[in-house]
Design a protein around this ligand. Structure first.
Ligand SMILES: [Zn+2]
Length: 278
């Protein structure tokens, strides 16, 4: 499918999960509009993936977090410091649910030593600063002409603060639901979206090896959405395309995920791959 250069796109920067694997980077996405990239979650290798997608790190000025499980921000520090080193001159704008301010504060503390070394040689500190915005369900904002909706579209185990994002520009609507089972808010929030991104869990593929303990596997399964919940959400929201990524457990085969989702959604289903453009 070809799109005009100006239309908003989604790039799946990483479709993996916590276990590092050679095939998949950690869960992160990018919205591209007007030639600029807007990062959604900053998983491991997010900085490298942005470069592989053909963008300069120094030109990425916005980062939206869905929630703060480590796999969604393990690449935050690397992205932030690389952006500054690679020419980012304005404060990075970071948006997310609580405790985004605390996470940012701690991450800055971690790099303080390096920032001081470089600043003492004359590098401006401007790009090494962060402008934080705490978001709550129901918020909406506009960034560079992209309308952004924020909702608690999922329920994710014991994570109290998690956000789904809806990006609208140039007649396209892209919804990134994030981890967890759909709340009653997700169908209206994602109604008629061109793309809905969700993360299915196939509990039958979780074994005692995942995370080391059988109990961990059970907890992980309880935190995530079933294929049935995701397929039904996509059907009720009448989305154009259902994209799945960040599958739990990561060894669940894509064909099985596809098969399970297609029992509940008759539309187009896309098995997400790293660097896929939609
Ligand atoms: Zn999570």
């Amino acid at each position: 499918m070809t799109e005009t250069a100006g239309s908003m796109k989604l790039i799946l920067l990483g479709v993996g999960a916590p276990p590092p694997t050679p095939e998949k980077c950690g869960p992160a996405n990018a919205i591209v509009s007007g030639g600029k990239l807007y990062l959604v979650d900053a998983a491991r290798h997010a900085a490298t993936q942005i470069v592989k997608a053909g963008f300069s790190i120094g030109g990425v000025d916005h980062l939206f977090f869905t929630h703060f499980h480590s796999d969604h921000y393990s690449g935050f520090g690397e992205f932030f410091i690389s952006r500054w080193i690679m020419g980012g001159k304005t404060p990075l704008r970071v948006f997310g649910p609580s405790p985004v301010e605390e996470i940012v504060k701690r991450m800055l503390h971690y790099y303080e030593y390096d920032i001081d070394l470089r600043a003492n040689e004359g590098k401006s500190r401007d790009g090494a600063e962060i402008d934080v915005t705490v978001l709550s369900p129901g918020d909406s904002l506009e960034v560079d002409g992209i309308r952004i909706g924020v909702e608690k579209g999922t329920r994710h185990g014991n994570v109290p603060d998690i956000l789904s994002y809806r990006f609208e520009a140039g007649g396209r609507k892209i919804v990134i639901a994030s981890d967890g089972s759909p709340t009653e808010k997700l169908v209206p929030f994602a109604k008629n979206a061109d793309i809905l991104v969700m993360h299915p869990c196939l509990p039958e593929f979780i074994n005692e090896n995942y995370g080391g303990f059988r109990e961990t596997a059970k907890i992980v399964a309880a935190h995530h959405a079933s294929a049935e919940e995701i397929g039904q959400t996509a059907t009720r929201a009448e989305v154009g395309k259902l994209v799945f990524s960040h599958v739990v457990p990561p060894l669940a085969p894509n064909e099985k995920v596809m098969e399970a989702l297609s029992r509940h959604f008759g539309g187009t289903i896309v098995a997400g791959e790293d660097l896929m453009i939609l």
